[in-house]
Design a protein around this ligand. Structure first.
Ligand code: CO8
Length: 266
């Protein structure tokens, strides 16, 4: 088995934050651009997370100062022919869809640039937290291509059709604050504080019933893709799955005893 590349690492936080997993991007020489190795690392670690029942929240973050991810590796791409690019973009697309489909809540922490495929990766997370110095954009049309890893689909679902069209047609980069007004990010923290803000939210989420988090995510994601009536059935299915859990009883007991619940994900 090939060892996982070093440009993507999985970190578990201290015991007090057990349940929070961090995926860290670290390819400083290319501003975290996604080449074949980075993609292999992402798939590897996302695969591990998907099989880890103790993971409750995922933070996707960068260890490179002032950049989240500069998008697809444009240097590597110059060496590729059209069919190689096609297959690379397909695997980028499927990796981001795998990220989006993780059962647990995911949070992208954006300090600095999140461009092209870098923004598409963040769009595949449930929540985005940025710093004021963040710069986000989909510059693909400037390169005579279109966003190919979900950008044309996920951006309009988040910010609406006409804003997404403007941003994609022009390739304009927006700052953290504008991203907040557009609904592209959930919070815009002071520069350098996005990680702390994301961790605060992750800790809050991590206290909740682990199975409830998974069912809430499933109900929202599957429901939004369905018509209203089917969506209500999706909600009911997800709700019913929680009825026979010990965590549900623990939640009620903790309320009655005026203490914090201790959930086990059962
Ligand atoms: N790929 C490869 N190398 C990169 C990339 C990239 N995307 N971005 C930066 N680098 C490299 C630079 O070339 C430079 O290398 P070197 O030191 O050898 O010259 C090094 O990283 C440092 O870059 P800068 O000096 O530019 O650093 P700055 O801090 O000044 O700026 C930025 C950082 C803002 C990230 C800037 O580098 C930038 O704008 N990069 C390009 C961003 C971009 O256009 N990304 C979009 C790529 S397109 C895409 O992602 C499409 C995905 C969908 C696939 C569809 C395909 C068909």
């Amino acid at each position: 088995l090939e060892p996982a590349p070093e440009c993507v690492r999985l970190a578990r936080l201290a015991d007090s934050d057990k349940g929070i997993v961090e995926v860290r991007l670290e390819r400083p020489e290319a501003k975290n651009a996604i080449g074949k190795e980075m993609l292999r690392g992402l798939r590897h670690h996302l695969g591990l997370i998907s099989e880890d029942a103790s993971a409750n929240v995922v933070l996707l973050t960068s260890c490179v100062p002032k950049v989240f991810c500069a998008g697809a590796d444009l240097k590597e791409r110059r060496e590729m022919n059209a069919s190689e690019i096609h297959s690379f973009v397909n695997s980028l697309r499927s990796t981001f869809s795998f990220l989006e489909a993780l059962q647990v809540p995911t949070i992208a922490v954006i300090e600095g640039a999140a461009l092209g495929g870098g923004l598409e990766m963040a769009l595949s997370c449930d929540i985005r937290i940025c710093g004021e110095n963040a710069v986000m954009g989909l510059p693909e049309t400037s390169l005579a291509i279109i966003p190919g890893a979900g950008g044309t689909q996920r951006l309009p679902r988040l910010v609406g059709k006409s804003t997404a069209k403007e941003l994609i047609y022009t390739g304009r980069r927006v700052t953290g604050r504008e991203a907040l007004t557009l609904g592209l990010v959930n919070h815009c923290a002071p520069a350098g504080e996005a990680h702390a803000k994301a961790l605060e939210i992750a800790r809050n989420i991590n206290e909740k019933g682990p199975l409830a988090l998974r069912m809430a995510k499933r109900a929202i994601d599957r429901g939004l893709e369905a018509d209203k009536e089917s969506a209500m059935e999706v909600e009911e299915d997800c709700y019913v799955q929680l009825l026979n859990t010990t965590d549900r009883l623990e939640g009620l007991a903790a309320f009655a005893e005026k203490r914090k619940p201790v959930y086990k994900g059962e």
